[in-house]
Design a binder for this molecule. Structure first.
Ligand code: 13P
Length: 273
């Protein structure tokens, strides 16, 4: 039986790429899978291209690498200009979605500035609808630098996760949830959280889940770390007891870096059975 906490590494490609560059990246990733199939079998690999590139990636990528959307609409199809529904993603064969990334959330120092719009309620609706359509969800949380300095990192994560926890109604749905702890100050800065600092937050989230949901959910749910993960720092981070994978931004745009992070997960990750 597959471990409930199989190491899981996602590549969030954000708003990057062209048809040519994405096709090349996928071909290089496929070559990496062929070179090291065992690593890609022991670690769950996922890539999240822009919506426009999802069909190209779906057609081309080795099936050992799953595809995620970076966001989705909070409900069904209809008169919602510019939105993409879970129903349309499912129709394309997309199983995974990232929800609540800090670059989309209101109130974080996001690239959208004052236009940031992802409220906790919207995040909750999105998780609810995605789960109702059978999708697997990577739900992001994480504190800003200001909040880290105020030593409220775990409280911020709990506040961000609480509406989501209320949207998950069964043990089966929990199996389709992955939490990504992504401290905002570590994203795209080249400054990753240390293994010890990340572990404190991961363990804090887990013990909070044990109290608020159940011990079983807390011990089975996977918690990824994201924020300047690189081939250099991933070996150390992967060894932390409560780090079950990574959500990688910049380094995932290079097949060689992404593949070496997968291999580090295969070698050093806690892949309990
Ligand atoms: P970086 O790895 O570029 O810091 O981005 C992390 C991230 O935001 C993944 O979702």
């Amino acid at each position: 039986m597959e471990s409930p906490r199989k190491f899981i590494v996602g590549g969030n490609w954000k708003c990057n790429g062209t048809v040519a560059s994405v096709s090349k990246l996928v071909d290089e990733l496929n070559a990496a899978v062929e070179a090291n199939p065992e690593d890609f079998k022991s670690v769950q690999a996922i890539v999240a291209p822009s919506f426009v590139h999802i069909p190209i990636v779906m057609q081309r990528i080795n099936p050992l690498i799953k595809v995620a959307a970076q966001d989705l609409h909070f409900g069904h199809c209809g008169a919602y200009t510019g939105e993409v529904s879970a129903d349309q993603l499912k129709d394309l064969g997309v199983e995974w979605v990232i929800i609540g990334h800090s670059e989309r959330r209101a109130g974080t120092a996001s690239n959208y500035g004052v236009m940031a719009f992802e409220s906790p309620e919207r995040v909750q609706w999105k998780v609810s609808y995605a789960l109702s359509r059978g999708m697997k969800v990577i739900i992001c949380c994480g504190e800003t630098l200001h909040e880290r300095k105020a030593e409220v990192s775990i409280d911020i994560c709990k506040t961000q996760l609480w509406p989501v926890v209320r949207a998950i109604h069964s043990a089966e749905e929990w199996k389709r949830i992955v939490i990504a702890y992504e401290p905002v100050w570590a994203i795209g800065t080249g400054v990753s959280a240390s293994k010890a600092d990340a572990e404190v937050v991961h363990a804090g989230i887990r013990s909070w889940l044990a109290k608020e949901v159940s011990k079983e959910v807390a011990s089975n749910v996977r918690i990824q770390y994201g924020g300047s993960v690189s081939p250099k720092n991933c070996m150390d981070l992967a060894q932390a007891t409560d780090i079950d994978g990574f959500l990688v931004g910049g380094a995932s745009l290079f097949a060689e870096s992404f593949a070496s992070i997968i291999s580090a997960g295969a070698k050093f990750g806690r892949n309990e059975s």
